[in-house]
Design a protein around this ligand. Structure first.
Ligand SMILES: Nc1ncnc2c1ncn2[C@@H]1O[C@H](COP(=O)(O)OP(=O)(O)OP(=O)(O)O)[C@@H](O)[C@H]1O
Ligand SMILES: [Mg+2]
Length: 164
């Protein structure tokens, strides 16, 4: 895996949502975001910001028990997937993730780590980690051509921001 192209710092849930919202602003239908991070690091909080940035008003909650939730947006929809409870690659394949990955929503996947083999070859990897009570670090890494393109756009958008 390549080095992160961009490292962002957040000091509150609100800032993490704002970061998500800015990330969403460069996303197009069909973009896939793998969202990695420990238990309670802030993956769902970041996804709430992504949803807001896509123009989704509905409140986004953790899909841990339902695995997949879809939200319609005014520009593009969001499919929010949580693989935490899956045990095998067969279970992941049974979800028909390909249909979602090559569909017309932005797809955010929490707990992607054990299932990278079912991912498409171009996506954005976000890794959120705890760095203090309300402090978090979000590492942004591009995978494949579209991943690199997104990182480039985000580097421009975040340059000079309070999140660097
Ligand atoms: N800077 C911050 N960014 C994100 N969340 C924060 C921050 N500071 C505090 N928090 C709190 O940390 C918690 C993060 O919970 P969240 O559900 O987003 O994590 P998660 O990574 O999705 O958890 P899970 O592993 O259960 O899916 C929330 O209670 C949130 O308010
Ligand atoms: Mg979560």
């Amino acid at each position: 895996m390549s080095q992160p192209g961009l490292v962002l710092k957040s000091s509150s849930s609100e800032s993490t949502r704002e970061i998500g919202s800015i990330i969403a602003s460069v996303c197009h239908p069909g973009d896939v975001i793998a969202l990695s991070g420990d238990l309670g690091a802030g993956k769902t909080t970041l996804t709430q910001g992504i949803a807001k940035g896509l123009g989704i008003d509905e409140s986004v909650t953790s899909p841990t028990f339902v695995l997949i939730k879809h939200y319609s947006g005014d520009r593009v929809g969001l499919t929010h997937i949580d693989l935490y409870r899956l045990e095998s690659e067969e279970e992941a394949l049974a979800l028909d993730l390909d249909e979602l990955f090559y569909g017309d929503s932005v797809v955010v996947v929490e707990w992607p780590d054990r299932f990278m083999s079912v991912f498409p070859d171009q996506y954005l990897l976000l890794t959120i980690s705890y760095s203090g009570l309300d402090e978090r670090v979000v590492e942004v890494t591009g995978v494949g051509q579209r991943g690199d393109e997104l990182v480039e756009k985000l580097r421009e958008l975040f340059s000079g921001s309070q999140y660097l």
